[in-house]
Design a protein around this ligand. Sequence first.
Ligand SMILES: Nc1nc2c(ncn2[C@@H]2O[C@H](COP(=O)(O)OP(=O)(O)OP(=O)(O)O)[C@@H](O)[C@H]2O)c(=O)[nH]1
Ligand SMILES: [Mg+2]
Length: 391
Amino acid sequence: MPTGARYLRYILFAFFTLACFYFYSSSSSGLQTRTGTLNEQSSLYPSGVQGITPKPTGGVPLPEADGIRVNATFVTLARNHDVWEIARSIRQVEDRFNRNYHYDWVFLNDQPFDDTFKKVTSALVSGNTKYGLIPKEHWSFPEWIDEKKAAQVRKEMSEKKIIYGDSISYRHMCRYESGFFFRHPLMLDYEWYWRVEPSIELFCDISEDPFKFMADNGKKYSFTLSLYEYEETIPTLWKSAKKFMSEHPEHIAEDNTMAFLSDDNGETYNRCHFWSNFEVGSLNWLRSPAYIDYFTSLDKDGGFFYERWGDAPVHSIAAALMLKKDEIHFFNNIAYYHVPFTHCPTGEKTRLDLKCHCNPSDNFDWKGYSCTSRFFDAVGMKKPEGYEDEK
Ligand SMILES: Nc1nc2c(ncn2[C@@H]2O[C@H](COP(=O)(O)OP(=O)(O)OP(=O)(O)O)[C@@H](O)[C@H]2O)c(=O)[nH]1
Ligand SMILES: [Mg+2]
């Protein structure tokens, strides 16, 4: 064959390949554009759903998820101005874990998320991102609350300089995290959640999927840090919890972790709680009649507004009373920071294997103000080797 004709055939072949490639890529970006348009037309979504952004297809190729994933999502409650602080958290979660798994991420807000928030977060998350608006009735005073009385409490707490004592929005936030986030329409698609707050840090690789670990091992609630609650924020919380216990004995687990909460077999509360700014847990448990009865009972007692009950003691009391001991898990392997406390795994081998960059002497677990030691005692677990050196 003459050389010129061969070249012509090569050129035609290259042109045809390029044309196919162009057709394919422009049709898939067309799909993205359609989705983008859909995102803006919130009327097409069920109420409370502001938009869904599929995982990014452009840019550097993502590593494939290794192994089987479970039906789980990250969830973050945030305001638009939290964007750069949550961006830092997402980047760490992605680098240490989710880049290999691509789990979705649900963002919830009492105000519509703005374009910057959506653009920045959807670019960072390797899974789908979903943006939800919180319905007004989940973020306002319920009709049984006397707002004048609540305002008086805020004034008094502010005078006493109790942290967030004067804040209305902080109270709505604590009530929402206690009783509603898991019922948002976007969360109904999932069985497991991992709560992430702005400005957290992860210090080690997460080598095992925590969602799958929970599912495979019959766990329903987990924590990395625990501590004592401020007494002034919860003066009647235990009274309310005891009322619930006497009205609903059917919801109390036989093999519970009361010993974590109380030093006198339930008479008084020792204020120990799991720190809920980190949680991996079962949404089905939170949506169960037991938990809903518990939240409804507490909510009617009014302490979210007449005091300043935090979602951390509320979740913790529920987990310790209504779950079996072995359904609560302490993640030693997840090294975590939320101002001002650090959980750095106890055990040098773990820290080296997981490429941790935390200083073990910052580990809060075995210090005086932590309740983790009590948790180990309450569930009969042996404390890890080396814990005495970290006291
Ligand atoms: N949409 C929305 N989110 C809020 C509001 N207040 C707090 N949040 C979010 O709720 C979560 C808990 O609030 P934080 O302000 O972190 O409360 P905290 O952890 O007790 O206190 P810090 O020590 O300040 O972090 C975070 O994810 C916040 O972004 C609010 O008014 N609206
Ligand atoms: Mg926080």
